[in-house]
Design a protein around this ligand. Structure first.
Ligand SMILES: Nc1ncnc2c1ncn2[C@@H]1O[C@H](COP(=O)(O)OP(=O)(O)OP(=O)(O)O)[C@@H](O)[C@H]1O
Length: 253
């Protein structure tokens, strides 16, 4: 296969965001291959949400380039966005609308040919039946997360970007979401890119990890490469070493 036939799901080159002369994302460059599940990790304020917002075109970079599925986000963003979707606990769906109304709006935004059929599939898959006619403002955190995921999957994205997919969920609900995401990726070959503070989640789901610190990629690799490099038995300890600047090993050169 020629390289251009399967461009990376995400290609970021020298991505920078400066607020009041301070770079909060500082010259990031990385690629995420299609079909992989990749985690973006880093302590509070490392720059993960800012990076995700720039990937999605919600925030303009100060400089640098983003291409999703081979489409440059500066010049060709609509071609990319048709095949991409995202979910974030920080972006609420309109609370006065019911679950079904919300999903209908998103199905129309994506121009789906048979919106009612796709919504019925989502309702069944994500077990939304018991509350599909309820306003989203009246849902529990776990129910909201499942509805947000239904919204994020409605266009069958080839690239799904998730900001903390299981934040504020109990262990059982979190486990259900992780299981669902893992099956979705395996069945469709979609690429998942997620920011998370849950290291066990990343160990379970992700084939690749990008570690951010102070707006930069500090290190990257598979979970086993990182634990080996830092002489640790789990990702949580690697994370703590890097976040506290106490790493004994050090990033791969
Ligand atoms: N609009 C803004 N104006 C100025 N500074 C901002 C703005 N948005 C974010 N920042 C700063 O950019 C830095 C990175 O924030 P960001 O939200 O990307 O971090 P994060 O890694 O997602 O953190 P968390 O894990 O806490 O969500 C922080 O220091 C934050 O205060």
């Amino acid at each position: 296969m020629m390289p251009d036939e399967c461009p990376p799901a995400i290609r970021v080159h020298n991505l920078t965001k400066i607020y009041s002369l301070t770079p909060v994302v500082d010259g990031l460059s990385f690629e995420v291959p299609q079909g992989s599940i990749t985690a973006l990790l880093g302590g509070n304020g490392a720059g993960k949400t800012t990076t995700i917002a720039m990937l999605l075109g919600l925030l303009l970079p100060t400089s640098g380039q983003v291409a999703l599925l081979g489409h440059d986000m500066a010049t060709d963003r609509y071609a990319a966005l048709a095949q991409v979707n995202f979910s974030s606990p920080y972006v609420d769906l309109p609370g006065r609308l019911t679950v079904r109304e919300n999903l209908t709006i998103y199905a129309r935004l994506y121009g789906l040919p048979r919106p009612a059929e796709r919504i019925a599939e989502m309702v069944e898959d994500l077990e939304l039946g018991a509350f599909v006619t309820r306003r989203t403002s009246r849902l529990s955190a776990g129910q909201k997360t499942r509805v947000a995921l239904a919204k994020a999957l409605i266009n069958r994205p080839r690239l799904l970007i998730l900001d903390e997919p299981t934040a504020s969920l109990d262990p059982d609900s979190g486990d259900w979401i992780r299981g669902y995401l893992s099956r979705y990726a395996a069945e469709t070959g979609a690429t998942l890119f997620l920011a998370s503070h849950n290291m066990a989640e990343v160990e379970r789901l992700c084939s690749q990890v990008l570690m951010m610190r102070q707006g930069r990629i500090f290190d990257r690799g598979s979970v086993s490469e990182l634990t080996e490099r830092y002489g640790r038995t789990n990702l949580e300890d690697v994370f703590l070493d890097i976040a506290r600047g106490q790493e004994k090993g050090g990033p791969a050169q």
